[in-house]
Design a protein around this ligand. Structure first.
Ligand SMILES: NC(=O)c1ccc[n+]([C@@H]2O[C@H](COP(=O)([O-])OP(=O)(O)OC[C@H]3O[C@@H](n4cnc5c(N)ncnc54)[C@H](OP(=O)(O)O)[C@@H]3O)[C@@H](O)[C@H]2O)c1
Length: 310
């Protein structure tokens, strides 16, 4: 089968489309024909090994000299084989999933162990939302779960003033909608070209961090920095000062999150039309280098996907 592999740890140019062995399934596994794989900064972090030094032991998992795992932690596709002990899925089912720490999503087929939900090497698999394309669905699992996981730290959001910093990115577009869905008054922060998008997702007001005279407003009960610590701006500091006394500041980089739950609820919200993924661009497997370069601009709008079955 074809898969995206890395010739070394390094810049996007280390990526290759190569022929590799198709995965074999065990009794507790399903084999999914990948229609689309989400690509995010999580892939570029591993490819470029841009991680804290304390993560070095993880090279035992990802590969000592080069990433021996196939990248890709989010997929959408069709079940083509199920192991003897699998009861939840049948061939022909359309699913979206995270692959856990094992990666493997950027390939024509991925093996997903259906053994549980709480261990980093298990995958989290749910039925694909019926109202979405595979490319749209592939952008959901990781980013939506990060948004859901971190927003939950703000407690009950009903009636609160919630500011989402980085509202136009993969995590931010979900955070705006989930906070709105929870009954919060949502204020978004993004760049000029995305103000309309963020408004359309449910923000009552949108601030432009590229405008030097933009005021933070507030006070805010909860501020979620969905852009991350590597994306600072003077406005972010002004927002920090606009946190209400006793308010909660949440950073998407506060801790590494292994997706463990939330995906069924997100699927249901999407199928009911309450929230939607924002698909920025799609890439073919021959455009893996371009896809990673695009992610590394830090300005993707929602999510991007690599499409294996057009
Ligand atoms: N905790 C974890 O386990 C974990 C895992 C993965 C990722 N993360 C973190 O999550 C962050 C967000 O991921 P993502 O996929 O949502 O990123 P992303 O989609 O690449 O973010 C792109 C968005 O960031 C916005 N942006 C760029 N520079 C900005 C700035 N200085 N101020 C405000 N917004 C800015 C851009 O807005 P404009 O184009 O409108 O300027 C763009 O819409 C990552 O950067 C990483 O730090 C955490």
């Amino acid at each position: 089968m074809k898969a995206i592999v890395c010739a070394a740890y390094g810049p996007p140019e280390v990526l290759r489309l190569a022929e590799v062995e198709k995965p074999r399934t065990g009794a507790h596994d399903i084999l999914v024909r990948v229609h689309a794989a989400g690509i995010s900064d999580s892939d570029s972090l591993i490819r470029g090994w841009k991680v804290p030094k304390v993560w070095f032991p993880l090279r035992l998992v990802f590969g000592i000299r080069r990433p021996r795992v196939i990248l890709g932690a989010e997929v959408s596709g069709e079940v083509v084989e199920v192991g003897a002990r699998v009861t939840r899925f049948r061939p022909g089912d359309e699913v979206m999933a995270t692959t856990g720490l094992r990666g493997g999503g950027c390939a024509e087929y991925v093996r997903l162990p259906d053994g549980g939900r709480k261990l980093p090497w298990h995958s989290l698999i749910v039925a694909k939302p019926r109202n979405l394309s595979h490319a749209e669905a592939a952008t959901i699992p990781g980013r939506a779960m990060l948004a859901s996981f971190f927003l939950a730290q703000g407690g009950t959001l009903t009636g609160k003033h919630v500011l989402i910093y980085g509202a136009s990115g993969g995590v931010g577009t979900f955070a705006v909608q989930l906070a709105r869905q929870a009954g919060a008054a949502v204020i978004g922060v993004c760049g000029l070209k995305n103000l309309e998008l963020v408004r359309s997702l449910g923000a009552s007001r949108v601030l432009d961090y590229t405008n030097p005279s933009e005021q933070a407003g507030g006070p805010y009960d909860v501020i979620f920095d969905a852009a991350g610590t590597r994306k600072p701006s003077p406005l972010k500091e002004r927002c920090r000062a606009a946190l209400a006394p006793g308010g909660t500041w949440i950073s998407v980089d506060a801790r590494a999150v292994i997706p463990i739950a939330h995906l069924e609820r997100i699927r249901d919200l999407i199928e009911s039309g309450a929230i939607r993924p924002v698909l920025d661009r799609t890439f073919s497997p021959t455009e893996a280098v371009d896809a990673h370069r695009y992610v590394e601009t830090g300005h993707k709008r929602g999510g991007i996907a690599m499409v294996f079955v057009p």
